[in-house]
Design a protein around this ligand. Structure first.
Ligand code: SAH
Length: 528
């Protein structure tokens, strides 16, 4: 495998001992949870992996970096609950894949060498003469502290920190942790896997001289939208954890630095933190909406209601392109129209230079922005971002006798072409793609709604509304109301909003300008 950096050099000796064609195992730290917290090196390796063996704690969203043809193996290992594979089986699996000549990424939560058995895995590889490399990761201890607003060290509070495992059972005759030294010898103490043994941990610290008033934070699913954190003192944290029902995986942070959270807490203060949002969208749509909502702290359930597929026949567009110079206007009313139009244009050996004749209009700003990436500056963007808005702007300019090309979805709203024809224009509607409803995710969607955790649903087109309602498959209005009780609805524009009200639901959020950034902003304002 070609690697751009020098890190391979460390294991050159090992590689030279290998038979040619023999694979290599990369033990990669996935980071604590947020998929953005993997290292560049880790991502680089995932992008080239032939096999990925991943753990429960490694965020599965990282698997999107892995090539489609790679083999994915879930190694499980959720502490005590489910062991899909024993450690011996995992070790053997890594050896076997490497011996088959595979480029194997062993993806582990946090840092592989911190309470992750990474040491044991590479020891085994070393014994068997298998080449390996270890890529560190952001460990959950530092992430939990940081994302709970706690600097793990701070000049005014502490100059030392210890990472401990809380896994050791209290009835173990000889604990390897010397609590008498830890209790008062270390400033900040961070404990992994300690929830079950919390009463024992607290007692060990207090019995050995740590003040019962010492502040403690417990952080679950750190750095993810599901993060949950509570604070207390050594004296009451056991009660706090019991009362709030915090479960593993969680970290315990003990020390005076915990008090800084009052000032520094930043992650959980973001406006949409803790909000669960169903985002209905097409698969091909850019994830701009999801990214924007997550940036503000929301946890998104992406519900693809529509697939975009090419039409079978491009005859109308092809003919229009052959006489493109005769058109006065080309109108783009969706991002997909721009994409499919240019694909076809390029396929015919044409490019943006062939479009110098007609003026070009888009229905909104994002379509205009996309158009610019194809080298075209829109001549007209109406002040109101709907088909009606575009029609009105064109009528104001006068369309009588004008030749207008409208490349768009096979089944689109007729209002735009009809209005223009009514005013004396010749309109060619060229179908480019079809919106095909996604089948078969009904159960998943209904289960998500049934959790009662959903705060909001977003709709960005009428077809997402229709298909969402089909997918929810409520028997009647009563059942629909029950499933969506307490759930707010946000729509991108008035047409989508109308489809929502026609479907018997109520629109709660509707931005003044019909763009994704405005929709995100309107949602943030609602919850701020
Ligand atoms: N190698 C990992 C730790 C594995 S031990 C690392 O460096 O982070 C597993 C323990 O890590 C869990 O029981 C929990 O205590 C902690 N942990 C891992 N990810 C966590 C997260 N996102 N939030 C809170 N605790 C986490």
């Amino acid at each position: 495998m070609a690697s751009p950096d020098a890190s391979d050099g460390h294991f050159l000796l090992m590689e030279q001992q290998q038979k040619p064609g023999v694979g290599k195992v990369y033990l990669v730290g996935a980071g604590p949870g947020d998929p953005g917290l993997i290292t560049l090196r880790g991502k680089y390796l995932l992008e080239r992996a032939e096999v990925v063996v991943y753990d429960y704690l490694a965020n599965q969203r990282l698997l999107k970096h892995v090539p489609a043809k790679a083999q994915l193996v879930y190694a499980g290992k959720r502490g005590g609950v489910e062991h899909s594979h024993t450690q011996a089986e995992i070790n053997q699996m890594l050896i076997d894949f490497a011996r088959q000549g595979k480029m194997v990424v062993r993806l582990k939560g946090g840092d592989p060498f911190i309470f992750g058995r990474g040491g044991e895995e590479v020891e085994e590889l070393a014994h068997h003469g298998i080449a390996f490399e270890v890529v560190p990761g952001v460990t959950s201890a530092t992430a939990a502290a940081t994302y709970a607003g706690i600097p793990i060290t701070h000049r005014g509070y502490t100059t030392s920190v210890a990472f401990l495992t809380g896994h050791e059972s209290p009835d173990k005759p000889t604990s390897t942790i010397d609590w008498s030294k830890i209790a008062t010898g270390i400033g900040t103490i961070v404990i992994y896997m300690g929830i079950k043994n919390l009463p024992y941990i607290v007692k060990s610290l207090v019995d050995n001289g740590r003040s019962p008033e010492t502040p403690v934070a417990v952080v679950r699913w750190a750095s993810t939208p599901e993060q949950q954190s509570v604070v207390g003192t050594l004296a009451n944290i056991v009660d706090v954890v019991r009362d709030t029902g915090i479960k593993p995986p969680a970290l315990i942070v003990i020390g005076d630095v915990v008090n800084l959270r009052q000032t520094i807490d930043w992650f959980e203060k973001r406006p949409l933190f803790g909000k669960r949002i169903i985002v209905t969208r097409t698969r091909e749509q850019a994830s701009e909406l999801v990214a924007g909502l997550e940036e503000a702290g929301a946890s998104c359930f992406e519900c693809s209601t529509i697939n975009i597929e090419p039409v079978d026949d491009y005859k109308i567009l092809d003919e229009a392109l052959e006489r493109i110079g005769e058109y006065h206007w080309i109108l783009f009313t969706s991002l997909n129209a721009v994409r499919y139009f240019f694909n076809r244009l390029y396929l015919k050996g044409m490019d943006a230079r062939d479009l110098k004749g007609p003026d070009i209009a888009t229905v909104g700003k994002s379509t205009a922005d996309l158009l610019l990436t194809y080298g075209i500056n829109a001549d007209l963007i109406p002040p109101v971002f709907t088909g009606e808005g575009l029609a009105q702007s064109l009528l104001d300019l006068g369309v009588e006798g004008r030749n207008i090309l409208l490349p768009r979805a096979a089944a689109g709203r007729e209002i735009l072409p009809e209005t223009l024809r009514g005013a004396g224009a010749q309109v060619t509607v060229a179908p480019l793609y079809r919106n095909v409803p996604v089948q078969g995710r009904t159960d998943e969607l209904r289960a998500e709604l049934a959790t009662g955790r959903v705060d909001l649903i977003t709709f960005t087109s009428s077809s997402t509304v229709k298909n969402f309602l089909d997918m929810v498959a409520a028997e009647n209005q009563e059942e629909l109301d029950r499933l969506l009780a307490g759930v707010k609805i946000a729509t991108i524009g008035p047409i989508t909003a109308k489809t929502v009200t026609d479907g018997g639901l109520t629109v709660d959020i509707q931005p003044e300008r019909y763009t994704i950034p405005d929709l995100i902003q309107a949602i943030i304002e609602t919850y701020r």
